[in-house]
Design a protein around this ligand. Structure first.
Ligand code: MG
Length: 390
């Protein structure tokens, strides 16, 4: 093992801006877009691209905002930015100087729809030795040079592109350029490399990789965020009933007095187990037995709410939002009706969802089969969610 081995590529997400003109009384990068803060979307998208360790440059006054929006995300570190974007990037580059990466990707927090495919293309160019490479879009509109409300000349669009981020560079060259051209208030990092005389090339950016600047951008972003994929998962579970005077069974996180108890390694909450399996199914994350093996002592007698919390954590990683959960209990007894609303409230609470997204049903099997003979209780769950990154 080489000590202090240089990471090949590091990522800086620049999030130190204070602009609040998109509303909500908070800087735009912390504003929720479809319930998820913009900065959280951006970090998760970058993490999903698996390009390397990721640092976030934030405004010194935004610690609490950052903690709330993304404090739980597996970033390598948080760095305090400066008064301008250029200064913030420079602070970020300096913070990595002790263990410098070979390449650096610099990305604006206000571009939450960065795709793993675009990051991969940038990394491919770096691997071939490019000093600097940026994504950009050819300009399709005719460009005019204007003065107040008067159009003066037409700029040939064949020689014009609109630059995006992430911008990818040789770390040492970009750091030197930031030192040489400090304090110039340049609006992107490619400009510093251009000033330093390095060749910067461009590849095709992506239309969806918009920078949230205006109210119009925000409206478009809400449309993009409402996209994603809708997925459905199904769960089924059975637990055995054992006679137990003064017994108690737990269904949907609610304790119900009964003549029997449910047998199981955990608290045997058959309904929550079916729910967790449906959530894992929709996420493509296997089943409850893989995540919480009954062979492990630590799950003995555990409140199944713990399993739901872990499934919620996996959902958060994939930026998945629960759209609906439809849960069915199959038993002759106890009567579910009197407990239905309590279960609905409890499940909604565990999922952090509105109660109108949760449905609890119950049925008997007309005395047929194991449920009909009161040997056990079965539960089914169907979960529908919207996911952005898989
Ligand atoms: Mg079970």
């Amino acid at each position: 093992m080489v000590k202090n081995m240089l990471p090949d590529t590091a990522i800086l997400i620049v999030a130190a801006g204070v602009g609040e003109r998109l509303g909500g009384g908070i800087p735009k990068q912390y504003r929720p877009l479809g319930r998820i803060p913009v900065i959280r979307r951006t970090i998760q998208a970058m993490l999903a691209a698996k390009a390397g360790p990721l640092w976030v440059v934030i405004h010194p006054d935004h610690r609490a905002l950052y903690e709330q929006a993304g404090g739980d995300l597996p970033v390598a570190g948080v760095i305090e930015g400066g008064a301008t974007r250029q200064e913030s990037v420079r602070n970020g580059l300096r913070a990595l100087a002790g263990n410098p990466p070979r390449h650096i990707l610099i990305h604006d927090a206000a571009r939450p729809f960065i795709s793993a495919a675009l990051v991969a293309r940038l990394l491919g160019e770096l691997a071939q030795g490019a000093a600097g490479i940026i994504p950009a879009l050819p300009v399709t509109e005719t460009l005019k040079r204007v003065e107040r409300n008067q159009v003066n000349t037409t700029i040939p669009r064949e020689t014009t592109v609109a630059a995006q981020t992430p911008q990818a560079f040789d770390y040492a060259l970009l750091s030197a350029a930031h030192t040489a051209y400090a304090g110039q208030g340049l609006s992107d990092d490619a400009a510093l490399m251009e000033n330093a005389g390095h060749t910067v090339r461009w590849i095709a950016g992506e239309r969806e990789n918009i920078k949230l600047t205006t109210a119009e951008d925000w409206a478009m972003a809400e449309k993009i965020a409402a996209g994603g994929e809708v997925r459905t998962g199904f769960g089924y579970d059975v637990h055995r009933l054992i006679p137990s005077s003064g017994g108690m069974i737990r269904l949907g996180g609610v304790d119900i007095p009964h003549t029997h108890r449910l047998e199981g390694h955990s608290d045997a909450d058959v309904l929550l187990h079916a729910l967790v399996d449906a959530m894992l199914g929709a996420l493509g994350e296997g089943d409850i037995g893989q995540h919480f093996p009954p062979s492990e002592a630590r799950w003995k007698g555990v409140d199944s709410a713990v399993f739901v919390a872990e499934a919620c954590r996996l959902m958060a990683i994939k930026q998945a939002q629960l759209l609906h959960a439809d849960l069915t209990i199959i038993c002759e007894a106890p009567k579910i009706g009197p407990h239905r609303e309590a279960m609905r409230a409890r499940v909604a609470h565990l999922l952090g969802a509105e109660e109108n997204r949760i449905n609890i049903k119950a049925t008997t099997t007309e005395g047929l089969g194991f449920a009909g003979r009161r040997e056990g209780i079965a539960a089914q769950a169907v979960v529908t969610l919207r996911a952005y990154y898989s």
